[in-house]
Design a protein around this ligand. Structure first.
Ligand code: NDP
Length: 272
């Protein structure tokens, strides 16, 4: 029997941990897989996917900057991919490319499983309204928080995101709101940083009152201590980075492709 082939496609891609994560999962089940990093030219995502299909690949993860192109390329989309407007997991069927998005589920699973924080009936603050923030909206709403407040530098984007998820919020009894960084005065149970401000020299400017000593402050970034994490730590909050999210989103992709649920805790431990 030939070995199943998978890939992660991005630009850049050298830094990606996905091959190591998927190989660690495969090992748990005694499976042998091929999982490669594929650097697609910035104007060559679709042709790269086509080549992988022709070479018999089973599926591919998609990372920056191709998640929106992957969405456009998918012939069928999961509900969560539709809600996110972006795709990070492709499955190559006989005739169709199926697109899914496991980022939001990865965040929620990490918070619930590895940070022992329930989200039901909680007050959540989501910082950012980019692709990552949009991808986590539906999975967060599905947890039934009491309140989900979005703060973003560009107000229009935050408002558009709220409008998009207003119906879902209403159906789940979640109070959705939009605010500015400057207007943040309340304390939240969970504060999620879905901005890429940690990559820039300009830290987010908001009051430390958002953090209580009971607050989980979650930064989707990993691999470095961001100003957001430092601010939350100083305020006495519990601080988490996005490594667990990365590994949980991979676990969900692994489940889509293999129908098997890996044990993520030892993999997170190894990558720490
Ligand atoms: P986008 O480019 O789509 O969105 C960026 C967001 O950050 C926007 O809301 C933008 O605000 C905001 N932002 C950027 N710089 C600043 C700044 N200096 N001050 C205030 N706001 C700022 O990026 P993504 O949504 O794709 O990614 C966001 C982060 O999430 C990245 O750090 C990424 O690495 C991380 N991520 C982690 C994952 C994981 O598995 N751990 C998975 C996916 C993403 P504005 O709208 O005003 O421009």
């Amino acid at each position: 029997m030939s070995v199943e082939k998978y890939a992660v496609i991005g630009h850049p891609i050298a830094h990606s941990k996905s091959p190591l994560i998927h190989q660690a999962f495969a090992l748990q089940f005694g499976k042998t897989i091929v999982y490669e990093k594929v650097l697609a030219p910035l104007d060559g995502f679709a042709s790269t996917v086509q080549q992988l299909q022709q070479q018999g690949y089973v599926g591919a993860n998609v990372t920056v900057p191709f998640k929106f192109e992957a969405y456009d390329l998918s012939q069928t989309l999961s509900e969560r991919a539709q809600a996110a407007g972006a795709v990070n997991t492709l499955s190559f069927g006989q005739t169709q490319i199926q697109g899914d998005n496991t980022d939001g589920c990865g965040l929620v699973n990490d918070i619930l499983k590895h940070h022992q924080t329930a989200l039901a009936a909680k007050k959540i603050l989501l910082l950012g309204a980019g692709g990552a923030a949009q991808g986590v909206m539906l999975p967060l709403i599905a947890q039934g928080p009491a309140q989900l407040t979005i703060a973003n530098r560009t107000q229009d984007k935050a408002q558009a995101m709220l409008d998009k998820f207003a119906d879902a919020g209403g159906q789940c009894g979640v109070s959705l709101a939009v605010t500015t960084f400057a207007a943040l005065t309340e304390t939240y149970d969970v504060v999620i940083n879905a901005t890429s401000a940690g990559l820039t020299e300009t830290p987010l400017q908001f009051s430390s009152h958002v953090f209580g000593t009971h607050t989980l402050a979650y930064d989707m970034m990993y691999g470095r201590e961001t100003p957001f994490m430092q601010q939350a730590r100083t305020a006495g909050a519990q601080v988490a980075d996005g490594l667990g999210m990365l590994i949980e989103q991979a676990a969900e992709a692994f489940f889509i492709w293999h129908g098997l649920r890996p044990d993520t805790a030892p993999v997170i431990q190894t990558f720490r």
